[in-house]
Design a protein around this ligand. Structure first.
Ligand SMILES: Cc1ncc(C[n+]2csc(CCOP(=O)(O)OP(=O)(O)O)c2C)c(N)n1
Ligand SMILES: [Mg+2]
Length: 523
């Protein structure tokens, strides 16, 4: 069998049945192999950032790796920002990246790069296949690495390795099961929970925020009084009515400090001790109070759910909290802003929806959605590289086609990877995209004020505003084959989201919002 066939067959044996692709000449043998084996489905995306972000979203919803097919160093580099996000999400992604035929590399043809060098910062594992005979084995190793290490594994395939005979598929060994924290740390954590009551906080991340983890955390909080919180960004968090409310550590440094200031003991469950996203003049880098005792109980990638269950046993936490009375927000009225957006979503999010959020300043009232909307899963872009949500939503819809995906994006963020809409149209994915069109990089105007002590002036403002010319998202969406409406009142937004609930296929709502007005410095 040819190297390319062995790679696809090994992916299939490893449970990888979807490959998000943007190929080129060096991947032609791999493209051809799609015709030889009907086991792996290729999904074309029109920019590599969509390829890598979709693989991230797919992996998060399907609970198994997705593959990508990318074209040499430049193709991989185009996908790097969302690979960075996937790495931060610990999403198992297997990158299959074509390189020049081995004999061609020395000629330094135009697309030649240090491909391993491009891959390394964005991957947890990198290997170039040496010979066709290694193709199956190396592909299996990449799958095992992506799942065991939690993150992108990059397999570089010289074109002649792919087109040559002499390869055979390999069945990957199962991924190592997540490590269970030791008895000693469980006893320490249980003792701290009992002795510190409400001054203890369980900070949840990763798999600890699944439905069962959230339920176990709720029992622990009921039994011990501990506060619950999640990291600022979450890979997949079970939220919505009937589930305990787990606030996020706020993004803004000052708000995060206030949120954490009374915490005596911070117990980390698949999370990291919070740090501010950026350094600011005259501000500490972490919002955790200096006196707080920080105890890593389960590291990211360890079995946080198992740990929460063990803590429940140790603390006798058997009692679920009383379900908060269901609240249904009033139909919002007036302008579209963060509050009315949250109210409309809380009312109209379909049960079991997947809510992908990159709405930046428009996300400020989303806690209302997490408490009042029908039960749903919420997915964040994990690495702070914007342009993640539309691709993640696209992959999420393929990773679990039974659920409607609702993707909230800032207008600026959406435009990095707007061509994800075309893949949604081609694959007829059940995704509703809501563009929060404030026609600015509003968060950056806020950050300017925080760092420089004054709002941007007339020469600086044009690099933070998106209003000249105004972008017309309805026309952009239709151009990619996605039906769309524009709304500029909360009532119309509520109606549009109601209409989107039971739609099949993609839909886009441009929600025209007032540009964010800057709060006075220090608030
Ligand atoms: C890849 C990448 N490029 C640039 C940035 C810097 N950045 C952070 S937020 C932002 C603007 C976001 O604008 P938008 O999505 O419209 O949200 P808004 O701030 O208006 O709510 C930019 C450019 C980034 N985080 N990642
Ligand atoms: Mg904006």
């Amino acid at each position: 069998m040819k190297g390319a066939q062995a790679i696809l067959e090994t992916l299939h044996r490893g449970g990888v049945d979807t490959i998000f692709a943007n190929p080129g000449t060096s991947e032609m043998a791999l493209v051809r192999a799609l015709d030889d084996t009907s086991t792996v489905r290729a999904v074309l995306a029109l920019f590599e950032g969509v390829v890598t972000g979709a693989a991230d979203g797919y992996a998060r919803m399907a609970g198994k790796p997705a593959a990508t097919l990318l074209h040499l160093g430049p193709g991989l580099a185009n996908g790097a920002a969302n690979l960075h996000n996937a790495r931060r999400a610990r999403s198992p992604v297997v990158n299959v990246v074509g390189d020049h035929a081995r004999g061609h590399l020395a000629l330094d043809a135009p697309l030649t790069t240090d491909l391993e060098g491009v891959a390394r910062p964005f991957s947890k594992w990198v290997k170039t296949i040496g010979e066709p005979a290694d193709a199956g084995h190396d592909t299996a190793a990449a799958i095992t690495a992506a799942t065991s290490l939690g993150g992108p594994a990059t397999l570089i395939v010289p074109a002649d390795v792919a087109w040559s005979e002499g390869a055979q598929p390999v069945t990957p060994s199962p991924a190592a099961t997540a490590v269970q924290p030791g008895q000693e740390i469980i006893e320490t954590a249980a003792r701290l929970l009992r002795s510190h009551g409400q001054r203890a906080m369980l900070l949840l991340g990763g798999g600890a925020l699944g439905e069962q983890g959230v339920a176990a955390a709720a029992r622990l909080s009921t039994a011990t009084g501990a506060r619950l919180a999640s990291e600022t960004f979450n890979t997949r968090a079970a939220r919505g009515a009937g589930r305990v409310f787990i606030p996020k550590v706020p993004y803004m440094a000052e708000a995060a400090e206030a949120f954490l200031k009374d915490v005596e003991v911070l117990l980390l469950v698949e999370s990291r001790s919070p740090v501010n996203f950026f350094g600011y003049p005259a501000r500490r880098g972490t919002p955790v109070a200096p006196a707080t005792l920080v105890v890593p109980v389960a590291q990211p990638g360890e079995d946080g759910l198992w740990l929460l269950h063990a803590l429940c046993s140790a603390c006798g936490a058997t009692q679920a909290p009383a379900s908060p009375a269901a609240t249904s927000p009033e139909r919002p009225a007036g302008p579209v802003n963060a509050m009315s957006l949250a109210a409309a979503l809380a009312r109209q999010l379909p049960e079991g929806a997947v809510l992908c959020d990159e709405s930046i300043t428009a996300s400020l009232a989303l806690p209302m959605v997490w408490t009042a909307a029908a039960p749903h899963d919420q997915l964040d872009v994990m690495g702070g590289a914007i342009g993640g949500a539309l691709p993640v939503a696209t992959g999420a819809a393929l990773g679990d086609p039974s659920r409607r995906v609702v993707c909230l994006s800032g207008d600026g963020s959406a435009l990095y990877t707007i061509q994800a809409l075309w893949t949604q149209a081609r694959e007829q994915l059940d995704v509703t995209t809501v563009i929060c069109a404030n026609r600015s990089y509003a968060i950056l105007a806020y950050e300017h004020l925080q760092i420089e002590g004054r709002p941007p002036g007339p020469r600086a403002l044009p690099v933070l505003s998106l209003d000249r010319p105004v972008m017309r998202f309805v026309e952009i969406a239709r151009g990619f084959g996605v039906e769309a409406v524009s709304v500029d009142t909360a009532e119309a937004l509520d109606d549009a989201l109601a209409a989107a609930r039971n739609r099949r296929g993609p839909f886009l709502v441009e929600a025209v919002m007032a540009p964010m007005t800057l709060p006075p410095k220090g608030t």
